[in-house]
Structures are given as structure tokens and as C-alpha cells.
Design a protein around this ligand. Structure first.
Ligand SMILES: [Zn+2]
Length: 598
């Protein structure tokens, strides 16, 4: 590459008109110049690479130009303009506070402020990353900022406005620079490509703009990177390879597979993505974004929220027409939940695969069977769920299926799925998923009935758990008889009869022996049963102590000695339970997909 000049420098705008995407700011600054109402100090706030320093320099050049154009732009021809353009003007002083943040640095700057400019009217002091100044430096600066000489203008720039002292804020005219829109960046890159004779795929430019996340400087450096890699012509494929961006083609295909209930191909695509070295979490958030993009495409009013190129937009629109709102809601809920659970998951790959399976099962495409022995996988909840969640759940989920007008529902999507997941997924993971899965097929009345049943079931469960966890009355220490224990165990078995058959079986079959010091010893058949008991032990020990009026009761477990086959598994249920004890994601899988034993 001969004489390769970084685009960010080569194509730095030199007049207000050429600044991209900050129209209202440049208009205000020009107006101030026109009306000769210049402030002493300006504060330019906004994310990196959106044109703060560029605007500061143009402003400095323009107010010093000896021969302003009728459009109030710098002429770029007078002596002052030339000096600015060639970086040799004495009227501009830049201080990068990120690396020069001491009192001495500021004092040096203040010393210069007193000297009037030789050519032109104003000396401009640009302090970049001003929030980095030390407190002492800030204080030293304050006095000058309060009463600067008429020829001195300050432009402070920061990416973190909240870190600026109020005393500084009150002395500055503040401009908030926005993130640039994708279309603005694409437009700018297109111009630049034309000037450089580079044939650039618009979809590729779009990816660059999205990856730059509103920052022109980043977009330009990505552009340079790709040009130096691919030369004078580059395609969408070149861009995604070079910037390590996941091809949206995958997402389009996946959504089609979800609708067809094609688990196999969905899992294969995910595998391919992982093999290419992409991060699974990145994939999940990308999928959420894709579903969101489809969602906004469903309505003419929100289609403008889609930040993609024109021809790809048609594909989004097409997929949007083919997708129902309930499908999209449910899918977004599922991906969002996966996103939230991702960090805590021990088997991240399985979590994502599970998400894909659930997405394929929207509308109950994989298994229509609904009678499931839910207890097997139901996670144990240590603390009673807060009352409000239980009341909230049915209220929040019903609108998903009932509201059909997109205008009403779309604004909710940005926030609802997330909050809903937080409020329900953490407390009752298995309870909320079932109605959502079949949302596409079942009638609203059915849905409401299910919600009602679920709310009732949850209430009952809550009461049980409350009872089980009720605090011990006092330091009671009454003696008790084996008959009392037996009776109590029958009661426990009864409590768990419908909800947790495994616990029911244990309590029904193994009444504990009373040992010394109020120890109750339960003989169990295998280690799996011990695990099952341990999961709920804290709760039911309290319950036993309360019922038998003895706060010293301890419960211990052991595997029956004469049961030599204790760890041999022989039925399907046993095999499953054993495997589930090794990896409880299996149980979740079973519940989520409504699987049952044949
Ligand atoms: Zn000029």
C-alpha cells in the first residue's frame, strides 16, 4: 500500500457542512457566529469518535477566518485558515487531559491564555477528556474559566459528562453530541469509497457502521482495515470475515428452522458458529437483536427503528410477514431468559442448545404431550417466593397472547420480556415456560385457565413451603414417641403426594428410627434418595421440630446396608433420575419440552 493515509485523518471534515450526523450542533454554532454571540466556554459531551474534537477545530478555524463565506463557513484560503489546515496555527492550543492532568499542566495552559493572538481574533483552548483533570487542576482552571480575557475561548470535551464538577458545568455552554446513525455512517463511507475509487458492498458498509456503534472514527478505522486487507474491492463476506462479525444469514435460517420445529438443523448451525470461533453469548444476544429487528419490521410505524441497508431490509420484512406476533414474543422471551441465565450457567453450551430446542418447540411442534411428571426436574426453592410475584405472573403473561394490534404491543417489547423474565424466571423457572411454549396454538381461554391453575398451584406450593419453613416456636424440648414420628411422616408423605412424588415415596417408605439426643435416622435405598432429601432438608427439619415440639431434633440419612443393589438402576425412570442427578439440566430439558416416559 503506497502512501496509505488513515481515512480518519485524510477525510476529517474541514467545514461545518461536512461534519456528519451532528446537524443541530453545527447549526447552533454557526448561528452563534452569525449573531456574534460566542460563549467564553463550551462543553462538548458525547461518546468517542462522534466529532467533538473535529467540531472544536472547525469552530476555532471559523471564528478566526478573515474572510468568512456567506454560508458562515471558513474560507480555507486566508492566512489563518491555511495555518489551521496545515496544523501550524498559533491560535489553537490543545491539551489532552487524559495524559496531562496535573496542576502544573493546567498552570502552563493558563499562562498562555494571557497572551493575545498574533493573527486572527481568538485563541482557542481545547481540553480533551476534561473529566480526567485532577481536583486540584480543576480548581486552578476554574478561576480562568470564570474571567477569561476576551480573546480566549475554551472548548472542553468529555465522554463522561457526569464526572464534570457542577461549578464547571455552570460556566459552559453545553452541547451533547449523539451517537451517529448507521445510515449517516454508511453514507459517509460511501462517499469516501467513491473518492478513493473503492468498490464497497453497501451491506458490508452497513456491518462496519453497526460494528462501530455510532462512532465515525471507529467506522473509518474498520474501513481502512478492510481496504488494506481486500484492496480496491470488498464484499459483505470480506467485511464479516475481517471484523469477525456473525453473518446475519445464520439468524435468518435459524428463524425459519424455529418455525419448522427443526431442532437438528438449529443445533448444527449453532455448532458451526462455535466452530468458527464465535462466542456463544454473542450469538444469543445477536439472535435477540435479530428477533427484535423482525418485530419492528411488522409495523410500518416502527420499521424506521431498523438500522440496516435497503436490500437486507426487504428480507427482514419478508421474515416479519411470515412470523406471528405471539411467536416473536415467545421467542424473544426465550432468548432473553437465556441471555440472563448465561453468566450463571455451568454448562453454557447446553443452555444455548436448550434455548434453541425451546425456540423450535414454540407452538408445541416437537411434542404435543402435556401430561408430564413435573416433579422430577422441578428445582427446589429455598425461600418462599415473594407474594407479589405470584400475583404478577398471570397478569403479565396474558397480554402476550391477547393483544393483537402491533401499535399497542410493540413499544412494550423492548422492556417487557426482560422485566418479566426477571420477575418470574428467578423464582419459578419451570412454571412460566409451559404456557408460553404453546402460545401459538392454544386459545386465549385455555391460556387463561392454565394461568389460573398455575397461580393456584403456586399458592398451594407457597403455603406448603411456608408451613415447612415456619420458625420454631421456642426452645422447646419435648419427648416424642415413635408413633408420633410415624404419624408425622405420613403427613409429610401426604403433603408431597401430588407435587413431588419422589419425596412422597421416600417419606412413605422410610420412617426414621429415633436415636440418642433426638436424632432421627432415615434409612434410604440409594444415594439418589439422599440427595433428594438433602435438597429439601432445611425446610422440613424446621417443620419436624415444630410439629414434634422439639428444637433439638436432627435428621440424618444413611443408605440401607442390606440393600446391596442400592446404586443399580434398572427402570427408565431410575436411569433418568440417575443421569439427572449427574446433570440436572436434563431434568430442565424434560420439563421444558414436556417429555415423558413411554
Ligand atoms: Zn479563512
Amino acid at each position: 500500500m503506497e502512501n496509505f493515509i488513515v481515512s480518519a485523518r485524510k477525510y476529517r471534515p474541514s467545514t461545518f457542512d461536512t461534519v456528519v450526523g451532528q446537524g443541530s450542533i453545527t447549526a447552533t454554532l454557526k448561528n452563534a457566529i452569525k449573531n456574534k454571540q460566542l460563549a467564553q466556554a463550551y462543553l462538548f459531551c458525547g461518546p468517542r469518535g462522534v466529532g467533538k474534537t473535529t467540531c472544536a477545530r472547525i469552530f476555532a478555524k471559523t471564528i478566526n477566518c478573515l474572510n468568512l463565506t456567506p454560508e458562515l463557513e471558513a474560507c480555507n484560503e486566508c492566512e489563518s485558515c491555511k495555518a489551521f489546515n496545515e496544523n501550524r496555527s498559533y491560535n489553537i492550543h490543545e491539551l489532552d487531559a487524559a495524559s496531562n492532568n496535573s496542576v502544573d499542566d493546567i498552570r502552563q495552559l493558563i499562562d498562555k491564555v494571557r497572551i493575545p493572538p498574533q493573527i486572527g481574533k481568538y485563541s482557542i483552548y481545547i481540553v480533551d477528556e476534561v473529566h480526567m483533570l485532577s481536583t486540584a487542576a480543576f480548581n486552578a482552571f476554574l478561576k480562568t474559566l470564570e474571567e477569561p480575557p476576551a480573546h480566549a475561548k475554551f472548548i472542553l470535551a468529555t465522554t463522561e459528562k457526569h464526572k464534570i464538577l457542577p461549578t464547571i458545568l455552570s460556566r459552559c455552554q453545553i452541547f451533547d453530541f449523539n451517537r451517529m446513525k448507521v445510515e449517516n455512517i454508511v453514507g459517509h463511507l460511501q462517499n469516501l469509497a467513491k473518492k478513493e475509487g473503492i468498490e464497497a458492498d453497501p451491506n458490508g458498509l452497513n456491518v462496519i457502521a453497526q460494528k462501530a456503534d455510532g462512532g465515525m472514527r471507529d467506522a473509518l478505522s474498520f474501513f481502512d482495515q478492510i481496504v488494506s486487507f481486500s484492496g480496491k474491492k470488498f464484499t459483505y463476506q470480506d467485511v464479516i470475515n475481517n471484523l469477525n462479525v456473525l453473518d446475519y444469514e445464520y439468524y435468518f435460517r435459524l428463524v425459519d428452522y424455529f418455525k419448522a420445529g427443526d431442532v437438528v438443523n438449529s443445533l448444527l448451525i449453532f455448532n458451526e458458529i462455535l466452530n468458527k470461533g464465535f462466542d456463544a453469548h454473542h450469538f444469543v444476544t445477536g439472535l435477540s437483536q435479530h428477533l427484535r429487528d423482525i418485530m419492528v419490521c411488522r409495523d410500518a410505524a416502527t420499521v424506521q427503528l431498523l438500522e440496516v441497508g435497503a436490500d437486507i431490509k426487504d428480507r427482514y420484512k419478508k421474515q416479519a410477514q411470515e412470523s406471528t406476533l405471539p411467536f416473536l414474543y415467545t421467542a424473544l422471551n426465550i432468548t432473553n431468559r437465556c441471555d440472563l441465565d448465561y453468566r450463571d450457567s455451568k454448562n453454557k453450551r447446553l443452555l444455548v442448545e436448550l434455548m434453541l430446542m425451546q425456540l423450535c418447540n414454540i407452538g408445541g411442534k416437537i411434542v404435543s404431550q402435556t401430561s408430564v411428571n413435573q416433579s422430577v426436574a422441578q428445582p427446589q426453592i429455598q425461600a418462599p417466593a415473594p407474594q407479589q410475584n405470584i400475583q404478577q405472573t398471570p397478569k403479565e403473561t396474558i397480554p402476550q397472547a391477547t393483544i393483537q394490534t402491533p401499535q399497542q404491543t410493540i413499544p412494550q417489547t423492548a422492556t417487557k420480556p426482560a422485566t418479566q423474565v426477571v420477575s418470574t424466571a428467578q423464582t419459578q423457572p419451570s412454571a412460566t415456560t409451559q404456557p408460553q411454549q404453546n402460545v401459538g396454538q392454544i386459545s386465549i381461554r385455555e391460556l387463561m385457565q392454565r394461568q389460573k391453575q398455575q397461580a393456584e398451584a403456586q399458592q398451594q406450593k407457597l403455603q406448603e413451603e411456608k408451613a415447612a419453613q415456619a420458625p420454631i416456636q421456642s426452645n422447646e424440648c419435648q419427648d416424642f414417641t415413635p408413633e408420633q414420628v410415624e404419624l408425622l411422616w405420613k403427613k409429610l408423605a401426604e403433603i408431597y403426594k401430588t407435587k413431588k412424588p419422589r419425596l412422597h415415596a421416600i417419606f412413605a417408605s422410610s420412617v426414621p428410627k429415633i436415636k440418642d439426643n433426638y436424632v432421627l435416622e432415615m434409612s434410604l435405598q440409594n444415594s439418589l434418595q439422599i440427595d433428594t432429601i438433602n435438597e429439601v432438608k432445611t425446610g422440613f427439619v424446621g417443620y419436624v421440630r415444630k410439629e414434634l415440639h422439639n428444637s433439638k431434633i436432627e435428621i440424618v440419612t444413611k443408605v440401607e446396608e442390606n440393600n446391596s443393589n442400592s446404586n443399580v438402576v434398572y427402570t427408565d425412570v431410575d436411569k433418568f433420575n440417575f443421569l439427572n442427578s449427574q446433570n440436572n439440566n436434563l431434568g430442565i430439558l424434560k420439563t421444558e419440552l414436556n417429555l415423558d416416559f413411554v
